[in-house]
Design a protein around this ligand. Structure first.
Ligand SMILES: CC(C)(COP(=O)(O)OP(=O)(O)OC[C@H]1O[C@@H](n2cnc3c(N)ncnc32)[C@H](O)[C@@H]1OP(=O)(O)O)[C@@H](O)C(=O)NCCC(=O)NCCS
Length: 174
């Protein structure tokens, strides 16, 4: 399948069953215990900043989601899950989805993007490793996989301590 036959769309509630299937296929049942998943349980993702890749026949073959998070005085978007169906891998869909999500975050005035993922892949897209212990995740994460991309100057430095869904930030400070 050539990349030119793929269209990119903002996520819509109708995409949900297909996205669930893609994530189940990519991450298996273990996805529910991942630290990033536990943060995402705190509230919804932002559909306006989340995207799908679909074939011209309308089959959803890739997805990236963005969730608003906070840590200390800082706020960011947590990127993920990112997954592409096996039959459509290695034609640039994953990279394009990440780029779209970053561009949407920038356009929406957001200040930083975080994720847990492989540095060799995300490094090419502008992400770099955070300082050890800067962010505390609600479960074990290899520090080499805790990555960030700064949109506003100094935004990453403001993120310190437990990372939580932004919906819970008021409650955490209360
Ligand atoms: C990771 C994933 C989203 C990449 O999607 P994709 O559309 O195949 O990726 P792209 O076509 O944009 O990029 C492919 C390139 O990235 C490389 N790549 C893919 N996964 C990688 C990884 N984990 N680490 C380093 N490089 C990786 C490929 O080897 C390929 O390299 P090349 O361009 O030199 O040939 C996809 O493989 C997937 O769904 N994996 C399972 C779920 C997953 O691991 N998600 C990421 C969670 S952090």
């Amino acid at each position: 399948m050539s990349i030119t036959e793929i269209v990119y769309l903002p996520e819509d509630p109708a995409h949900d069953p297909a996205i669930e299937e893609i994530n189940a296929e990519a991450f298996g049942p273990g996805r529910y215990t991942r630290a990033a998943y536990r943060i995402r349980e705190g509230g919804p993702h932002d559909m306006e900043l989340s995207f799908v890749a679909a074939t011209s026949a309308g089959e959803v073959v890739g997805s990236v989601r963005m969730t608003h998070v906070s840590a200390g005085a800082g706020s960011a978007l947590l990127l993920g899950p990112l997954a592409v169906r096996p039959a459509h891998k290695n034609v640039g869909i994953g990279r394009k989805l990440v780029k779209l999500a970053i561009e949407a975050a920038k356009a929406a005035g957001q200040s930083a993007v975080l994720l847990v993922g492989d540095a060799p892949y995300y490094g090419q897209l502008g992400f770099a490793r955070l300082a050890n212990g800067q962010i505390i995740m609600p479960g074990p994460v290899d520090p080499n996989r805790m990555l960030g991309l700064e949109i506003a100057d100094g935004a990453l430095g403001q993120l310190k301590g437990p990372l939580i869904h932004r919906n819970l930030a008021g409650r955490a400070q209360a």
